[in-house]
Design a protein around this ligand. Structure first.
Ligand SMILES: CC(C)(COP(=O)(O)OP(=O)(O)OC[C@H]1O[C@@H](n2cnc3c(N)ncnc32)[C@H](O)[C@@H]1OP(=O)(O)O)[C@@H](O)C(=O)NCCC(=O)NCCS
Length: 151
């Protein structure tokens, strides 16, 4: 599979999870630490899991695991390969002006929850640091452009 197809699934699953948690229309604001660990082959059975690991005021951070298996093999954990992992962040918007709006807070209960929460905060800090670096070095008009109609 092409990486872009996998990224689309990640965005769709994250969107469903974000709207489910907040009850609001939500948009993707950032994807951090994406890693394509192993290939997904045509005809593999794919599972995309979104786990809420941190909430800010308007943001919801999900750890995403994409796993794949050969449908001819048993469904055991061993045959379910981790193929892609990332943190995806959604922001809930209000229905009037489309401005960020608050979401229900998620509280970590276990040590594993707290670890994942800390991980999400670290990824967000790194992601915001990268944004600042890009803003510093970005040259308007540089690179190759390809136009595509949005929709
Ligand atoms: C999402 C959007 C409304 C946020 O607007 P904004 O003016 O930047 O709003 P804020 O600065 O208040 O940030 C909103 C939240 O995003 C979070 N955020 C911003 N940049 C982030 C990053 N790199 N990583 C993680 N979270 C980030 C902020 O921490 C804040 O979270 P909080 O409310 O929980 O503290 C705006 O950036 C937008 O419309 N982006 C396009 C979204 C979109 O169209 N996505 C689809 C892809 S085309």
């Amino acid at each position: 599979m092409h990486g872009g197809v996998v990224m689309k699934w990640i965005d769709q699953v994250g969107y469903a999870a974000a709207v489910g948690w907040s009850g609001r229309y939500s948009v993707t604001v950032a994807v951090g630490g994406i890693r394509f660990v192993a290939p997904i082959r045509i005809s593999d059975l794919v599972t995309v899991t979104a786990t809420l690991v941190y909430t800010g005021t308007s943001s919801m951070h999900f750890a995403i695991d994409v796993r794949a298996r050969d449908p001819g093999l048993d469904a055991s954990q061993a045959s379910n390969r981790l193929c892609t992992h990332c943190i995806i962040v959604f922001v809930a918007l209000d229905g009037v002006e489309g401005k960020p709006t608050s979401v229900p807070a998620w509280q970590p209960d276990t040590d594993a929850d707290r670890r994942m929460s800390e991980y999400a905060i670290k990824v967000m800090e790194l992601s915001k640091g990268i944004e600042q670096t890009i803003a510093h070095y970005q040259q308007p008009g540089a690179g190759t452009e390809t136009e595509k109609a949005a929709g």
